[in-house]
Ligand binder design. Sequence first.
Ligand code: ATP
Length: 298
Amino acid sequence: MASKSALFIINKFAGGGFQPKVEGKILDICAKHNIECSIEFTRDRGHATVLAQEGINKNFNSIIAVGGDGTVNEVARALVNTEQIMAIVPKGSGNGLSRHLGIPLAFEKAVENIFTGKVLRMDTFTINDRLSLNVSGIGFDGHVANLFGKDGKRGLIGYAKLTLKEFLRFKNFPMTINIDGKEQNSNSFIVAIANSSQYGNNARIAPLASVTDELLHLSILKKVPSQMSIPFMIKMFAGQVHRSAYCETLSGKNIIINTEQQQPFHVDGEPTGYDNQFNIKLQPHSLSITVPQQTSKY
Ligand SMILES: Nc1ncnc2c1ncn2[C@@H]1O[C@H](COP(=O)(O)OP(=O)(O)OP(=O)(O)O)[C@@H](O)[C@H]1O
């Protein structure tokens, strides 16, 4: 059994919102497994990190992020580089890391997984000293994340609408990439830095990525001509983006990206502003995470 006592950190505002019956379901499943449990709700951005730190101090066996990739990221900030076990109950709009790890999206099954799953040490990375677990990006995806964050309307449809509107405006930008000492110039639309394979909703930007391979996977995308954008999206959702003529892939551990002008970026889908130098560092096997027993590829 992966857990004897569990702290659930719930972001009521993630994904489609919160249903009060969730609390009762958590208590029932914990009682069934004879687990002592506590439930806390986040009050604001960043609060999940504070709650997770308190959970470590109180010696909970498992600390569980109930939310999307943003909540998972905040909880992990307190847990990274410790032995503390984390689990996820996916409740976000994208749930990229959960999908990559094969964590069930159905609420009860995800809670069961905390007590029946296995624990693995996954890689994480930092981008300009900010922790990232899943996929971070510079360029167009950062631009969309920055706007989407302000917009307030979450969800796949809202995201798709905003992406289409902004796509025509945003242009390729020049940059230099130094990856483990090797330097190259590029003119790119998006640089996705991937630990897991997907942004969320099965949009697989780095199909070959693994969270245990001690590598970061870069997908460097050129702007796709409008008439090719639908076939390109189909390739991405089919897990074939790395075979596209518009995608170059690189992998490594330590990456420095310099851009001529300030570029928007995001960390695990959360808007993070603008910069023109990005220092990216892999942290191998730095976080303990509970995954289903049957997951064989991560
Ligand atoms: N009480 C709160 N009020 C407002 N925002 C909050 C609160 N608690 C957490 N947040 C913020 O909500 C944001 C979104 O959360 P999260 O990423 O978990 O959900 P999501 O965006 O729906 O899912 P995904 O990232 O998987 O698409 C996070 O940046 C988090 O800091």
